[in-house]
Design a protein around this ligand. Structure first.
Ligand SMILES: Cc1cc2nc3c(=O)[nH]c(=O)nc-3n(C[C@H](O)[C@H](O)[C@H](O)COP(=O)(O)O)c2cc1C
Length: 433
């Protein structure tokens, strides 16, 4: 089932018993996060939570909506993420284009115009009189530097080409008209900011809360350059996204967003952001981040505010990352046909360690390492463990056994980005009963 907006997905979760409505008043300062942290770790009670009465605001709050493998797949309109990964792989296999980014662009172009512009939307939205203070923004952990918007889809444009980027970047609320944004180096939004500021010009920004849940997931996916999140997700799901122009800039955002926040980032305007209790389970250090001067905040009359709580894993973001792994693997295999499987274990906070099985082939471990690290999926891995194709990467005991018993440790090459090459380990001498 495809959900064109967040509230349709919420209704589905409710109807299928995957959502708990909380009617008692809750405090966005620490209390909501404390409840979420417990619920998302309970194996038989892990549900999405809709807090209907949040202290200090009239807007309800949905959290943990993507908080299981099944809920994330449902948000994407499928029973199982492999359905979408297989479709992508099959389409890529048919492409004559060798490089995955170009092949993907061809696939998207072949589908025609996947984004529809519908200017009528957003016109009827209500202005939030108290700006960011109208929203039920959480302060999750005791030492956080303030309240954080955690599931905002941040839309920016390249100043010249006007090609859009949409990514999830955390935003610290300073006051009702000011926020700070954390772009990691190399992020699409951060690159756009550099380009605007290189010309000495302030960058417009639009932060969307809600809209199609497919796009919320896709905003956390690192796509090849030139591929926009809106076009990619429309191609992948087969459903085009209605877009509408913002009130203060020509940025196009989902026409059925719950809430839209618009602002500007001026050159040289930075301020200290953090600490922030992040997905590793540790606080980040305080450091300078770009300042957003808010121009307007507007919302549907019946808006629901979506957010997530990140912290000691497993939490909701783990399931978003799990789906990323399966989709990005299809792109990696198009570029490197000898990659059999990839697993990014939760214990490595997904992007920090990767286990990769490959077919026997000519390159040295050093060359393999370099090739793997060029991919979007493995570029941030601190550690890559290489194994033979017959190893089930999702069987932790098997992986551990092979790595610990590797019979060729002295031949392993330790590189700047570390790698354990356990391919030859134990295989030949193994006792099979
Ligand atoms: C809940 C959540 C929070 C995130 N916070 C940040 C962040 O603060 N800064 C950042 O650069 N990336 C953050 N990410 C990762 C980016 O969303 C991800 O790398 C995405 O690919 C960025 O899009 P881009 O490749 O267009 O920059 C977050 C992801 C999720 C799911």
């Amino acid at each position: 089932m495809y959900f064109s907006d967040l509230q349709k997905f919420i209704n589905h979760l409710d109807a299928t018993g995957a959502l708990k409505r909380v009617k008692d008043q809750v405090d966005p300062y620490l209390e909501v996060a404390e409840i979420v942290n417990r619920v998302c770790k309970e194996s038989d009670n892990n549900r999405a939570l809709l807090f209907e009465d949040v202290k200090g605001t009239t807007i309800p709050l949905i959290v943990n909506a993507f908080g299981s493998t099944h809920r994330t797949a449902s948000a994407l309109g499928v029973e199982c993420i492999e359905t979408l990964a297989n479709k992508l792989k099959l389409d890529l296999d048919k492409s004559a284009e060798k490089e995955s980014g170009k092949a993907l662009l061809d696939l998207i172009q072949a589908k025609g115009n996947l984004e529809k512009i519908n200017e009528a939307h957003l016109q009827s939205y209500l202005q939030c009189g108290k700006g960011l203070h109208d929203l039920p923004v959480l302060h999750s952990w005791p030492q956080d530097g303030g309240r954080y918007i955690t599931l905002g889809q941040v839309f920016t444009q390249d100043p010249d080409s006007k090609i859009q980027n949409c990514g999830i970047y955390r935003l610290q609320v300073v006051d009702e008209q000011t926020a700070l944004i954390r772009f990691h180096p190399g992020s699409g939004g951060g690159d756009h900011l550099q380009a605007w500021h290189a010309d000495g010009v302030a960058m417009p920004i639009a932060i969307v809360l809600g809209g199609p849940p497919t796009l919320t997931w896709c905003a956390g996916l690192s796509l090849p350059s030139g591929v926009t999140e809106t076009a990619f997700i429309s191609y992948l799901t087969g459903h085009s996204i209605d877009l509408a122009r913002c009130r203060n800039s020509d940025i196009l955002v989902p026409a059925n967003a719950e809430i839209v926040i618009e602002g500007m980032l001026s050159p040289d305007d930075v301020s200290d952001e953090g600490p922030f209790g992040n997905h590793t389970g540790y606080y980040t250090e305080v450091s300078p981040a770009p300042v957003i001067k808010i121009q307007s905040v507007y919302r549907k009359e019946s808006a629901v505010y979506p957010c997530t709580v990140v912290g000691p894993p497993p939490m909701e973001n783990v399931y978003l990352a799990e789906a990323n792994e399966r989709i990005l693997l299809a792109l990696l295999q198009h570029d490197l046909s000898w990659v059999v499987d990839v697993h990014l274990p939760l214990e490595g906070i997904y992007h920090r360690a990767a286990i990769v099985s490959i077919d026997e082939h000519g390159e040295t471990a050093t060359e393999i390492n370099q090739l793997l690290r060029q991919s979007k999926l493995l570029k941030n891995s601190r550690l890559i463990i290489l194994l033979d194709r017959d190893c089930d990467l999702h069987d932790f005991r098997e992986v551990y056994w092979r790595v610990i018993n590797a019979d060729c440790w002295e031949r392993n090459e330790v590189l700047a980005g570390r790698m354990i090459d356990a391919r030859k380990s134990t295989k030949r001498n193994r006792i099979i009963i």
